[in-house]
Design a protein around this ligand. Structure first.
Ligand code: PXG
Length: 458
C-alpha cells in the first residue's frame, strides 16, 4: 500500500522507538540519537527519509551483491507468487524452484558438493551444520565425535548454536553461551594479535593451534572444524598466506569434518564464486545465505559433500527442518540472482576488473597518518585505525576511533562499518570505477575528520 499521509522523519523515529526492538543495538543510544530511516535504493545508493543519498559501502549487511533495484528479481518473485507463493519441502514433497535451485547450486559450488539442505538464513545454516555433523558421526557409529572447534572472534549467527559456534565474547555473555561441545582457538588476526611475529610465522602459529586443540581433546571426540574463509563481522580478517595451507595439512591428518562458512564470502565476494575456491578448500559442509538472493528475500542453504551425503542417506530420518526450507518465492529469486551473476559475468569482473581496482584504490589509504594497515580480497576490504603506525597501538581499548570515523561516514553519505577500530567495506559487486573513486574519497575525508577530532581532543 502506498503511504497516504507523509510522516516526518521525527514521527517515524518516534514510532520506531516506541514499538521496534533493534538487533545488536543499545535502546538508550537509539533513543538519544534517533534511527536513520532508509526509504529507497538504486544501484549502490540508498536514500533516507531526509532525502540524503548515501553510498552503501556494505551492500546492506554484506548481501546485496547485485545492487539495489534489479527489476528481474522483482519479476521472478511476482511470477512465483502468482504460481505457488508457498509450499513446504517436508513429507515427500518438493516444488520446481527448490529442484532448480538445488541443481544450480550443485553446478556452481565445488565439484564434490552436490546436495543442499535449505534454510531461511545463515544462522539456521549453522544450527543445521551442528546437528547434521553430529548425526553424521552417530550414523557412522562414532557418536562420541561431538565437539566443534571454532575460532575466537568468528561470526556464525545469532541463534543459540550460531552464537555458540561464533567466537564473539559479548554474545557469549548473554544467554549462557556457548552451549557445551563447542571450543574456540586463536584467530589468524595478525594486525591485532601477531605481536613481533611476521605475518607468515603468525599464520602458521594460529593454524597450529588447531592441531594442539585436536590432540588435547582427542581426535575421537572432535566432529568438525568450522571457519569463515575470511572473517567478515570480526573485521575482515584476511589470514596470512601460510594459514589455510597449514589448516589443510592438519585436517588431512585427522578424521574431522571441515565446515566452511560461506555466508559472506559466497556468491562472488572474493572474486571467486566461493571463498573455498579462492583458498582451494574442500569443505564437507558449506553454509550459504546473504548473496544467494542478493538479500532480496531471506534464503540460505547448507551445501553438503558427497562423502557426507552417502552416510546421511543411509542414516534414516534427519529430524530437522524449517517451515521455509526451500521457500519457493525466495528460491525463484535466488535462481534469478544467480542467473544474472552468471550472464553478466559479475563474479568474473570482481576478479579481473572491479575487484583489482577497488583493492588498488583502497590500498592508497595506507598512506593516511591514521591508517596502520589496509587489506582486502576481491570486493571486501578493511583498514586499521592506529595512533602509532609502527607500534600498531590504538587511541583507546573501546573502539572509540572506529565509532568516531563511522559516525563521520554516516554524516558524509557513506556507509562504512566499524568493528572496534577496524573500518570495513563490502560494497555491491556491481559498483562502478567512478563509484569506487567516490567511496575512497569519502573514506579519506572521514579519516581526516577523525584525525581532526583526536587532534582537537589533545
Ligand atoms: N555466518 C556468517 C559468516 C555471517 O557473516 C551468519 C553466519 C548468520 O547469518 P544470518 O542470515 O542468520 O544473519 C553471518 C551473518 C555485521 C553482521 O554486523 C554480520 C552478519 C549478520 C549481521 C550483522 O557485520 N553476518
Amino acid at each position: 500500500m502506498i503511504e497516504k499521509t507523509k510522516q516526518s522523519t521525527e514521527e517515524k523515529q518516534l514510532k520506531d522507538q516506541h514499538h521496534h526492538l533493534h538487533p545488536f543495538s543499545d535502546p538508550a543510544g537509539l533513543k538519544k540519537d534517533g534511527v536513520r530511516v532508509i526509504e529507497s535504493a538504486e544501484g549502490v545508493y540508498l536514500r533516507d527519509s531526509d532525502g540524503n543519498r548515501i553510498l552503501d559501502g556494505m551492500a546492506g549487511l554484506w548481501c546485496v551483491n547485485l545492487g539495489y533495484g534489479r527489476p528481474e528479481l522483482v519479476e521472478a518473485a511476482c511470477h512465483q507468487m502468482k504460481e505457488l507463493p508457498y509450499y513446504n519441502t517436508f513429507f515427500k514433497t518438493t516444488h520446481n524452484p527448490a529442484i532448480k535451485l538445488a541443481e544450480k547450486l550443485s553446478e556452481i559450488t565445488p565439484k564434490h558438493m552436490n546436495h543442499v539442505f535449505f534454510t531461511g538464513s545463515g544462522s539456521e545454516c549453522n544450527d543445521t551444520v551442528l546437528r547434521m555433523a553430529r548425526h553424521y558421526w552417530a550414523s557412522k557409529n562414532q557418536p562420541e565425535k561431538q565437539i566443534f572447534i571454532s575460532r575466537e572472534n568468528a561470526y556464525h549467527g545469532s541463534t543459540v548454536a550460531g552464537a555458540s559456534l561464533g567466537g564473539m565474547k559479548p554474545m557469549h555473555k548473554q544467554g549462557g553461551l556457548p552451549i557445551p561441545g563447542i571450543v574456540h582457538i586463536q584467530q589468524p588476526y595478525w594486525y591485532g594479535e601477531g605481536g613481533d611475529l611476521c605475518p607468515e610465522a603468525f599464520g602458521l602459529k594460529a593454524a597450529q593451534s588447531l592441531e594442539e586443540k585436536i590432540l588435547e581433546l582427542g581426535e575421537d571426540n572432535v566432529a568438525a572444524f568450522i571457519a569463515e574463509p575470511i572473517q567478515g563481522a570480526g573485521g575482515v580478517i584476511v589470514p596470512p598466506e601460510t594459514y589455510w595451507p597449514e589448516i589443510k595439512r592438519i585436517l588431512n591428518k585427522y578424521d574431522i569434518l571441515l565446515v566452511v562458512d560461506e555466508v559472506i564470502c559466497g556468491f562472488g565476494r572474493t572474486g571467486e564464486w566461493f571463498g573455498s575456491d579462492y583458498y582451494g578448500l574442500q569443505p564437507d559442509m558449506m553454509p550459504m545465505a546473504k548473496g544467494m538472493s542478493s538479500g532480496y528475500l531471506p534464503i540460505g542453504g547448507v551445501m553438503v559433500s558427497d562423502r557426507v551425503v552417502e552416510v546421511l542417506e543411509a542414516g534414516g530420518d534427519f529430524n530437522h527442518g524449517f517451515t521455509y526450507s526451500g521457500h519457493p518465492t525466495a528460491a525463484a529469486v535466488a535462481l534469478e540472482n544467480i542467473r544474472i551473476l552468471q550472464e553478466e559475468k559479475i563474479v568474473e569482473k570482481a576478479k579481473t576488473t572491479v575487484g583489482p581496482y577497488l583493492q588498488k584504490r583502497w590500498a592508497e589509504l595506507a598512506n593516511h597518518p591514521l591508517v596502520g594497515e589496509t587489506r582486502g580480497v576481491g570486493m571486501v576490504a578493511a583498514l586499521e585505525i592506529t595512533n602509532n603506525k609502527e607500534a600498531r597501538t590504538r587511541f583507546d581499548d573501546n573502539g572509540t576511533a572506529g565509532t568516531v570515523c563511522r559516525d563521520f561516514c554516516f554524516k558524509n553519505g557513506l556507509v562504512m562499518r566499524a568493528v572496534g577500530d577496524t573500518m570495513i567495506i563490502s560494497p555491491p559487486l556491481v559498483i562502478s570505477h567512478a563509484e569506487i573513486d567516490e567511496l575512497v574519497t569519502k573514506a579519506r575525508k572521514c579519516l581526516d575528520l577523525t584525525m581532526e577530532y583526536f587532534n582537537a581532543a589533545v
